[in-house]
Design a protein around this ligand. Structure first.
Ligand SMILES: Nc1nc2c(ncn2[C@@H]2O[C@H](COP(=O)(O)OP(=O)(O)OP(=O)(O)O)[C@@H](O)[C@H]2O)c(=O)[nH]1
Ligand SMILES: [Mg+2]
Length: 338
């Protein structure tokens, strides 16, 4: 299964500035000759891979990337100003393809790699260039060249930054559909989600991050019960786990047991999963039966040294706070290498 983020964008280099038609006019210098300067070069559009970006979300909002035009030449042999290049930052791992042909133009696998996506046009020559022994007064100059333009398809294989874990029905799919454009099926029966879904989340000004919604776990999952633990490999390389707890079905054993049961399955699968930052959240506090117990359960977790974050995926209460916490945890684990 492949998760890809895509963005179709239009790039154009800046046009070159026009050359200038001008003649030197000074006192005591009759027939001073042509002195029109050249136009400046248009800017290039350059992609650069950098760790600051994890998704292509920013580019979906800025689908036209157009570099500035070069300045026009002027008299007295002055060359027009060359335009600055337009740098577009993309996440490492971005594949650049020609939209029409599908040809791979660049693979910006590592941070720091660059690719010139569209060259700026050269500036036109001023009339000073066209003076010859037989043609002393050229009254023409070149236009600047047009900047290159093309439509590109950027593709990025997504790796999740955050994994959602919890029992079936805990509200994992509700959570991801609330905070991202992902729309997994949501229903009030266990094992609604049968395969992982990824969603790109943008919280305030922070860099976007990727959340993975995976099928629910149950006690014994590591021995193959329920959907099993086959999907845990999707959270193995995440930096943060968001653990959702649901106590609305009181036939279950209570929040703490619920929490430790899931952690046991994680540990059985791979003990290193427990080394990850885990944000523990109590969902469905909009239900009176849950709300009534929030204080007690938060205190119970706090005694064991765990901060519990109550929220409601349905109403959104407490959700912004959780996203803020996720951003902080991701920031703290920035240099983490999976
Ligand atoms: N009242 C209330 N119901 C919720 C909330 N979050 C989720 N639900 C409901 O809980 C049920 C299960 O939600 P899902 O998001 O499908 O749960 P899941 O964890 O993805 O479940 P699986 O895919 O089966 O593992 C659905 O009926 C949701 O509408 C909440 O905050 N409040
Ligand atoms: Mg689900």
């Amino acid at each position: 299964m492949k998760f890809v983020d895509e963005a179709k964008i239009f790039v154009r280099g800046g046009h070159g500035g026009a050359g200038c038609v001008s003649f030197r006019r000074e006192k005591f210098v009759p027939k001073g000759g042509p002195d029109g300067g050249d136009g400046g070069k248009g800017g290039d559009v350059i992609f650069r891979a950098a760790q600051t970006h994890h998704t292509l979300l920013d580019l979906k909002y800025r689908q036209h990337q157009i570099a500035k035009n070069g300045g026009h030449g002027s008299g007295n042999n002055r060359t027009g100003r060359s335009a600055e290049n337009l740098e577009v930052v993309v996440p490492p791992g971005t594949l650049v393809k020609d939209f029409e042909t599908g040809e791979v133009l660049a693979d910006l696998a590592a941070a720091g790699q660059t690719f010139v996506a569209a060259r700026g046009g050269k500036g036109g020559k001023g009339n000073a260039h066209f003076k010859t022994s037989t043609h002393q007064t050229p009254r023409f100059a070149q236009e600047g060249m047009e900047g290159e333009e093309r439509i590109l398809l950027l593709e990025l294989k997504l790796l999740a930054d955050v994994g959602l874990v919890g029992f079936p029905n805990a509200g994992k799919s509700t959570f991801i559909s609330r905070v991202s454009a992902a729309r997994p099926k949501i229903a009030d029966y266990p094992f609604t989600t049968l395969s992982p879904h990824l969603g790109v989340v943008k919280h305030k000004d922070s860099p976007a991050f990727v959340v993975a919604d995976i099928p629910g776990l149950i006690a014994g999952a590591s021995e193959g019960l329920g959907m099993g633990i086959q999907f845990l490999r999707h959270v193995e390389r995440t930096r943060v786990l968001v653990h959702l707890i649901d106590i609305s079905e009181e036939t279950r054993t209570g929040a703490w047991k619920n929490f430790t049961a899931i952690n046991r399955e994680l540990e059985n699968y791979n003990p290193q999963l427990l080394d990850k930052e885990q944000l523990v959240c109590l969902n469905k506090i909009d239900l009176p039966a849950v709300r009534g117990k929030v204080k007690k359960i938060v205190a119970q977790f706090s005694k064991k040294g765990i901060m519990l974050h109550p929220f409601s995926a349905a109403t959104g209460e407490g959700l912004q706070d959780i996203l803020g916490k996720i951003v902080t945890l991701l920031d703290n684990t920035k240099n983490f290498e999976p």
